[in-house]
Design a protein around this ligand. Structure first.
Ligand code: ATP
Length: 414
């Protein structure tokens, strides 16, 4: 099998995977493992318990891809069709294997049960197949070579499939593939939208087929994954340094992490290094900011605590926001955001304090309007954000990310 074009198809078998209640997750695991070997998954199929369709799908996949992995349909019942379909697709007979039958019988005996006659179906093996022992269930797997193509028949239950693939298939696959070094780099970026970011870096990364660049975006937080595959680690690192260097130069201080660390961890490191402390005052986000900050181990080194002040009255009594300001300017306003941050800072004695107030919606007049306050030893500042109304979760997550980025920029003196 040549490395450049090594590709695979996955066929998940089972009618229940075609219902709204069940999703094929085995192929996600398999894809990750195959990618690590340098094998690309070029197609996935989910096929119900329908013999003719399954035979056709197997023929199709085996004609086009070097590796075909089938998951499921190896059970003992009539609707477990994978063995029969593979045999038919390849035009090979199914042969009864006494060893498997004995093993199955012994397995049932060890649980104090007698093996049912139907279980003998599981002792049939496609002619020429190697048997893959199942250490977590009854369905043995099979490994088949056909005209330079490899087919793997694996059981459906994820824990059985993972164990079998991990212990029995990975080494066999590695032996067929040239050695491959994979190196990855994982940047995280804040303070820029996904399309603006893509406009900046697409002219750079589209010049490279290797490393492969993947961009993932969630409300106010963008991840850039670079993945280099070469025959040696040195070559892979050199490719990453080349492309990574250009990405870093283009994005500058909008990159807050070059090792995948989340914003709250980066901020925690900065606060700890600067021997500074932080507190929060939250209205809009109801504790999300505090939750993010405290999700990092040893956050108590720098995090003092927070105020969850949802009503005007709480903002007044807990943070000292002036009543007149709330009455004349409403809770979603610059002076309220700054008074909340200043109040949190003075009442906890922290070096910095972040506040969040806003209207997440939906259903209100001022939906999507957010103010962030930041109190520092040099004074208090505020930032206004406006989002399209309607998506409550998105507004709150975006506001949290933006607040954390505001603090990061302050801590880095940007
Ligand atoms: P068994 O001997 O347990 O019957 P099998 O190989 O016949 O094994 P299936 O009957 O197809 O496997 O599936 C068994 C269970 O495994 C299913 O009920 C389902 O929960 C899970 N499963 C099957 N296929 C998948 C898949 N692709 N992704 C996630 N779970 C799966």
């Amino acid at each position: 099998v040549s490395s450049a074009a090594a590709n695979a198809e996955i066929i998940a078998v089972g009618s229940e995977l075609l219902t709204p209640g069940k999703i094929d997750t085995n192929s996600l695991y398999l894809t990750g493992e195959l990618n690590n070997l340098g094998v690309e998954v070029v197609r996935k199929m989910v096929v119900g318990d329908d013999r003719a369709r399954l035979v056709q799908s197997i023929r199709d996949a085996a004609a086009q891809s070097q590796f075909v992995i089938l998951s499921g349909g190896l059970g003992p019942t009539e609707d477990d069709l994978t063995r029969d379909a593979v045999a038919e697709a390849l035009g090979r007979p199914l042969l009864f294997n006494q060893d498997i039958c004995d093993w199955l019988e012994a397995r049932f005996r060890s649980f104090g049960r007698k093996m049912a006659e139907v279980n003998k179906r599981q002792a049939y093996v496609v002619e020429g197949a190697e048997i893959l022992h199942n250490d977590r269930g009854t369905a043995p797997g099979q490994w088949l070579a056909e005209n330079g193509h490899i087919l793997m028949l694996l059981p459906g239950p994820p824990r059985e499939l993972k164990s079998m693939f991990g212990t029995l298939c990975l080494d066999r696959l590695r032996a067929l593939l040239p050695p491959l070094a994979i190196r990855t780099r994982f940047y995280r970026v804040a303070g820029i939208g996904e399309s603006d970011l893509d406009q900046i870096i697409a002219p750079i990364y589209t010049k490279y087929a290797n490393p492969v660049t993947t961009i993932l975006s969630t409300s106010g937080d963008i991840q850039i994954h670079l993945r280099a595959r070469c025959s040696t680690e040195v070559e892979a690192e050199a490719l990453l340094a080349d492309l990574g260097g250009q990405v870093e130069a283009a994005l500058g201080d909008r990159i807050y992490s070059n090792n995948g660390d989340p914003m709250e961890k980066v901020i925690g490191g900065l606060l700890r290094d600067q021997k500074a402390s932080l507190s929060v005052a939250e209205s809009l986000t109801g504790g999300m900011l505090g939750m993010r900050i405290t999700s990092v181990a040893r956050a108590s080194d720098y995090f003092r605590g927070g105020f969850l002040t949802y009503t005007d009255e709480m903002k007044i009594t807990q943070l000292g926001v002036p009543r007149e300001v709330l009455e004349t300017r409403t809770a979603v306003s610059e002076p309220v955001a700054t008074a909340m941050a200043a109040g949190a800072r003075s009442r906890t004695g922290s070096t910095y304090a972040l506040s969040l107030t806003g209207s997440a919606g939906p259903g209100g007049e001022d939906d999507g309007h957010v103010w962030i306050g930041l109190a520092t030893p040099d004074g208090v500042e505020a930032r206004e954000l406006r989002f399209p109304a309607g998506d409550r979760d998105r507004v709150r997550l975006f506001a949290t990310n933006t607040a954390l980025n505001l603090l990061r920029r302050k801590l880095c003196a940007l």
